[in-house]
Design a protein around this ligand. Structure first.
Ligand code: FAD
Length: 279
């Protein structure tokens, strides 16, 4: 690798040269930058074209009252847009949310992931991609209220709502040109075999990112972190450095689930459903 072309926000391009290069872009962006020669040098680049990404996007609701809901993550199983949520202020024990963040009016951040963008919602009957940003926020809020206020307890109230923020990585919502620049790697069966390693056949090019093959087989910050450590170690190896290597911890797998997983694998091979799949 002899150089990397970078583009500044004003559109001007320049070539950066270095001894070593680490490509740390998400896979759907990185592979656009991998040209013919790179792909010829290492088949891993071509295989990564098969990796799939999909829409999962965050929206934050800022609330005027502390609203922890539960000490943990909520999976709103019956929400049409496959929502999950977490009340954030409760985890920042050493901080006063209202004093430390925003205009002093917001006391909590209710952070929500939208994982289904192609099914109609309950307020407008439209998919999330068909809604404008404002409609997405209203629809998500309505689905959250439907999920949390249905047990004779009012958890979310309209009067609490201070403001909201939807990931600016999604654009063109409500138009046929809806686009998501910030997609999430997904893991259909067989994905593992298409994930490249941090070290490539190009001696001075290394890969980092959640799609790189690491022991954590799920797109997460931990996986991206492990990949970056492996890229650094591969770089140190390639340059013959005597510097200490990064530690790369394998994923902790709870031993109590081992036997159940083994049973599940046998059942899967026999074409049987999971033991708990009662449907
Ligand atoms: C809504 C949502 C919720 C999530 N929740 C969790 C969670 O609770 N826990 C968890 O562990 N993980 C979570 N994840 C997954 C986690 O965020 C990712 O797996 C992780 O951030 C991937 O890290 P990365 O370094 O590979 O890529 P990123 O963090 O995406 O970093 C890549 C960087 O490359 C930049 N870039 C892109 N294109 C270019 C280009 N052409 N040129 C230069 N730079 C470029 C981007 O701007 C970005 O800064 C979530 C993801 C989403 C979308």
């Amino acid at each position: 690798m002899t150089g990397a072309v970078v583009q500044d926000p004003d559109g001007s391009r320049r070539t950066v040269t270095a001894d070593h290069y680490i490509c740390a872009m998400p896979v759907e962006h990185a592979r656009q930058a991998w040209g013919r020669k790179l792909r010829a040098a290492d088949p891993q680049f071509g295989r990564a074209d098969k990796l799939q990404t999909d829409w999962m996007t965050g929206i934050q609701f800022y609330l005027t009252e502390p609203t922890p809901v539960i000490h943990g993550h909520v999976n709103h199983l019956d929400s049409p847009w496959a929502l999950t949520s977490v009340g954030q202020a409760q985890y920042w024990q050493g901080r006063n949310f209202a004093a430390d963040y925003g205009d002093g009016q917001a006391a909590d951040c209710f952070s929500v992931d939208i994982s289904e963008w192609d099914k109609p919602g309950i307020l407008y009957g439209k998919t999330a991609k068909e809604c404008t940003r404002d409609e997405v926020a209203r629809e998500v809020w309505a689905q959250l209220k439907a999920a949390l206020n249905d047990t004779c307890r009012t958890v979310l109230r309209d009067t609490q709502l201070h403001s909201w923020f939807l990931d600016p990585g999604v654009s063109g919502l409500g138009t046929p040109a809806a686009h998501n620049d910030d997609q999430l790697l997904i893991h259909p069966t067989g994905t593992w075999f298409n994930r490249p390693t941090a070290r490539t056949a190009v001696p001075n090019l290394f890969l980092a990112g959640d799609y790189v093959a690491v022991d954590i087989d799920l797109a997460t910050m931990e996986g991206a972190n492990a990949a970056a450590r492996q890229a650094v170690n591969a770089l140190l190896d390639a340059s013959g450095s005597s510097a200490g290597r990064c530690s790369v911890q394998p994923l902790y797998r709870a031993p109590e689930f081992k036997e159940l997983k083994h049973q599940d694998e046998i059942r899967h091979r026999w074409g049987l459903p999971n033991l708990f799949d009662l449907g």
